[in-house]
Design a protein around this ligand. Structure first.
Ligand SMILES: Cc1ncc(COP(=O)(O)O)c(C=O)c1O
Length: 324
């Protein structure tokens, strides 16, 4: 489904009409991938729209810009306010926020000079279940793809930068062309890295494992949340390098991400996980996670930012698919 417009987009300090939020075709980011961005979910909760870990996402946006030395023309508070604005001023009940910072128009030199301004945009769109509603219970069939993640000290995996997503798109599209729901990539040394746009966890003998940040992964905010929720539930998570075959021996596997939330994996390369689909630990973590948004779980860690009261007349946007 195509993107459904909301009324306003925040661009370079002001709310403008959706249709006016355009860029020049000679913008630096379009040619060289020089953008950094975030994906943030805003859930419809009993207390009105609430963003999940908003501040951590904005902090990661600044970290990504720092890695790529992109000057940030706005401070943290301005961007937090912009995120609130695109939800409240568009009267949205739930949304997927897309803040993006990119090198704009001014020069086509590879190394951006002072002629190239940094542009900052925050948009709100609607988003359904990234890997499908059914996958939340049944799990998704995944495949290890022939494309590996960029090696350390090539393209920095810890920056959520536009250019990195050429890798994710090759990984995901190869898996989908072969009939799988999502691709899993190995790192340069053949060890498990992550999904195309998700971090990966596996369970074996009641112990939860996930690859470390050195495995060319994005340091996911959902990943961090799952590590904390698992620890609250009495399952400490071991962050350790793992060979590919651990995927075939796992009792449970699940993906985490802002888009994917917590999605079980049913099989990898045609080998069904031992639990046969969503396992009991994945289910407990899903209950903790989704319970935050329907009010059945307390917000133990202060992860929700509430935007307004439930009485506001909010608009539900139709959902779009296929972003990370
Ligand atoms: C490559 C990649 N890995 C992992 C994730 C999950 O990160 P987060 O949980 O912060 O959304 C994402 C999505 O942002 C991603 O694009």
């Amino acid at each position: 489904m195509a993107i459904q417009a909301s009324k306003y987009i925040w661009k370079n300090g002001q709310l403008i009409d959706w249709a006016d939020a355009t860029v020049h075709v000679l913008s630096h980011a379009l040619h060289y991938g020089s953008s950094v961005f975030e994906g943030i979910r805003v859930y419809a909760t009993p207390k009105g729209p609430a963003a999940f870990r908003l501040e951590e996402h904005i902090d990661r946006l600044f970290d990504s810009a720092r890695i790529h030395r992109i000057p940030m023309p706005y401070d943290r508070d301005s961007l937090l306010t912009a995120c609130r604005s695109v939800v409240v001023d568009n009267a949205l009940a739930s949304a997927y926020l897309r803040p993006i910072v990119f090198r704009g128009y001014g020069s086509l030199g590879l190394v951006a000079n002072e002629d190239v301004a940094t542009e900052v945009v925050v948009a709100a769109v609607s988003w359904g279940r990234y890997l499908g509603e059914e996958a939340m219970e049944q799990g998704v069939d995944a495949a290890v793809t022939s494309w590996q993640r960029p090696a350390p000290n090539t393209v920095p995996a810890l920056a959520k930068a536009g250019g990195n997503y050429l890798s994710g798109s090759l990984i995901s599209s190869e898996a989908k062309r072969h009939g799988y729901g999502e691709g899993i990539a190995l790192s340069h040394d053949g060890l498990i890295s992550e999904g195309a746009g998700e971090n990966l966890f596996l369970v074996r003998d009641g112990q939860i494992f996930t690859p470390p940040v050195a495995a060319s992964i994005l340091g996911g905010i959902t990943r961090d949340s799952v590590i904390r929720m698992a620890s609250d539930l009495g399952y400490p998570v071991r962050e350790q390098p793992m060979p590919r075959e651990m995927l075939y021996l796992a009792d449970e596997i699940f993906f985490t991400g802002t888009a994917a939330e917590i999605t079980p994996v049913r099989s990898v390369d045609g080998i069904v996980v031992r639990a046969g689909g969503r396992g009991p630990i994945t289910r407990q973590l899903q209950e903790r996670f989704f319970g935050l948004f329907d009010g059945s779980q307390p917000d133990r860690h202060g992860w929700l930012t509430h935007f307004s009261s439930a009485s506001t007349n909010h608009q539900e946007l139709p959902h779009v698919a296929n972003a990370v």
